[in-house]
Design a protein around this ligand. Structure first.
Ligand SMILES: [Zn+2]
Length: 337
């Protein structure tokens, strides 16, 4: 299922293929499934606790890509980015449009001459020799995703595009299946448009009105040459988020997560990310303030077509999410003095 999930087509704003697939996976395990107006999939597992509250777990369905801004007279496609696309990572990679048209990303200037992330120097070559020929295949506004098939590597490592954040979609699906009846109501939300500014989680949080938000998303893996400014590494377990650039996680809820991991012998590590953000940031700032935490999957080469994660880490994230979300967590939402 992880392989299928990462290989599905789902650039930000166009997540329907992913969403439809997830509905099939969760429909026998959910008490209620709603797709809202902008495409978020909200999957409820009802709790039976006496003083139950609402927990919202969030994993985003969308992936980064490129969108056509103009088709040149010669049949080349000028593009803009959908989400955090790196011009360097994009250069000479294959992309595929939703209708199956394939091309390669080329550039007007040599990548080594880029001053910054100049996406406007990129174009897609689909082999067309004129605007008319290209327009028979694609239109302005069409989006392309990067190709990066699922591949097993050494050890328990696997490589593909879009582990950000389909690995987390997988984790939420498996956690839902594994979970008994939770204490609190647990909303597994599969969000849209995270990569373009946490948009799906912003609106979903307004609907769910959670007392606790849990973002499930990738983090960096700081175990590669020259990149050691972080703590999480491949193969050391679920990464419990302490903070990133979008959120400072609730201290009490983080501590309860650490205790939960210890109690159930789930391998864990701590995640502090200098840059980047997740749906936790949007949930945290919704509804006059919501406690937020995160479970992160250490990932090498995120936002590239060839990201690498570890399957034991994925299993640890499934275990941690299911144990944590089903337990009678103490969630203090308000204190009146
Ligand atoms: Zn992500």
């Amino acid at each position: 299922m992880l392989k299928t999930l990462v290989e599905l087509w789902g650039v930000s704003g166009y997540e329907k293929q992913v969403s439809d697939y997830i509905v099939e996976q969760v429909k026998d395990y959910a008490d209620e499934i709603v797709r809202d107006a902008i495409g978020n999939l909200i999957v409820l597992k009802k709790g039976n606790g006496e003083n139950k509250k609402r927990i919202m777990a969030a994993a985003h369905m969308d992936e980064i890509g490129l969108s056509i801004v103009k088709i040149t007279n010669e049949g080349f496609l000028k593009v803009k980015q959908m989400g955090g696309v790196s011009a360097h990572c994009s250069f000479m990679n294959r992309v595929i449009f939703r209708n199956g048209v394939v091309g390669t990303v080329a550039a007007y200037a040599k990548p080594e001459d880029y001053k910054s992330n100049q996406i406007d120097k990129l174009y897609i070559d689909i082999g067309a020799s004129s605007k008319e020929e290209a327009e028979k295949l694609v239109s302005v506004g069409d989006c392309a995703m990067f190709e990066g098939p699922y591949q097993e590597l050494a050890g328990r490592n696997v490589m593909a595009k879009a582990f950000d954040d389909r690995s987390a979609c997988y984790i939420q699906i498996e956690a839902l299946k594994k979970m008994g009846t939770p204490y609190h109501d647990v909303y597994f939300v599969f969000t849209v448009q995270e990569e373009v500014g946490l948009r799906g989680s912003t609106t979903a949080a307004e609907r769910v009105k959670p007392d606790l938000g849990i973002a499930v998303d990738i983090t960096g893996s700081f175990d590669v040459p020259g990149d050691e400014h972080g703590n999480a590494v491949l193969g050391k377990g679920a990464a419990i988020k302490v903070n990133d650039a979008s959120v400072i996680c609730d201290e009490d809820m983080v501590n309860q997560m650490i205790e939960c991991a210890k109690q159930h012998n789930v391998a864990y590590q701590l995640d502090v990310l200098a840059g980047g953000g997740t749906d936790a940031g949007a949930i945290n700032k919704s509804n006059q303030g919501v406690k937020a935490v995160g479970i992160s999957i250490p990932t090498r080469y995120g936002h590239s077509p060839n990201s690498i994660i570890n399957l034991d880490d994925v299993q640890a994230c499934i275990d941690l999410l299911s144990y944590y979300a089903q337990s009678p967590l103490k969630i203090v939402t308000e204190e009146i003095f």
